[in-house]
Design a protein around this ligand. Structure first.
Ligand code: CA
Length: 231
């Protein structure tokens, strides 16, 4: 599973070169050569990292950085012009993870990317991101994505999915699930869980053609990490 990188760079030659190197390293690359297009992609899609040139047509890289930071903690590496000390300072102030001065050696960029991705993985473990196959649940942002696409869930669906993902591989009976989703003082049918499971399956399993939630007859449900969706 390659990390997905957004590359915003208007200089065609550099963009193409960096893209090829990233692809060669096994990353998935989305390339934009205009500031606004870059911002739109950064806000509407999900990336593991953004490589962002500062000098861009239509919208400056620093401005993109500021706007993206309001929404997300995705690692961002800035590409700055040789003598623009101000850009570097402003970039780091605005929340860039790192910067590289042009011209740079591609190995340097690749190394910085690896470091930033590793740092993100480590901080993800602290900030409660649960991942099972293509499904990612961010409990801080209360957000679920499948292959980078946002899935709208109600609070109860979210709690249920979160409970199952936290206990990946462990069969959860309806009682346990109901305590999580409805609270310990819930009085009523436990098959309400089946209803929420059905909603989740419609929104995730069916929609993306994956087998995330497994039924264990007579017991409850389990999420397994074998949601191979490559086929
Ligand atoms: Ca540029």
């Amino acid at each position: 599973m390659g990390n997905r990188i957004l590359l915003v760079e208007d200089e065609e030659k550099i963009a193409r070169f960096v893209e090829l190197e990233l692809l060669h390293e096994g990353y998935e690359v989305v390339k934009k050569k205009d500031g606004r297009a870059g911002l739109t992609a950064a806000l509407e899609e999900t990336f593991d990292l953004i490589v962002l040139d500062v000098m861009l047509p239509s919208l400056n890289g620093l401005e993109i950085l500021r706007r993206v930071r309001k929404e997300s903690n995705v690692p961002i590496i800035l590409l700055t012009a040789r003598d623009s000390v101000m850009d570097k300072v402003a970039g780091l102030d605005a929340g860039a993870d790192d910067y590289l001065t042009k011209p740079f050696a591609i190995e340097e960029l690749l190394a910085r990317i690896r470091v930033a991705l590793k740092r993100r993985r480590m901080s993800n473990q602290e900030t409660h991101t649960l991942v099972v196959g293509d499904v990612e649940l961010d409990s801080d942002r209360h957000e679920v994505t499948v292959r980078g696409e946002n899935v709208e869930l109600t609070n109860r669906e979210f709690e249920l999915l979160s409970c199952l993902m936290e206990n990946k591989g462990i069969v959860m009976d309806r009682e346990k699930l109901i305590n999580t989703v409805c609270g310990y003082d819930y009085i009523g049918e436990t098959n309400i869980i089946d209803v929420y499971i059905r909603y989740l399956r419609t929104k995730i399993d069916d929609r993306y053609g994956i087998k995330l939630i497994h039924t264990v007859r007579g017991v409850g449900y389990v999420i397994k990490d074998n949601t191979d969706t490559s086929k």
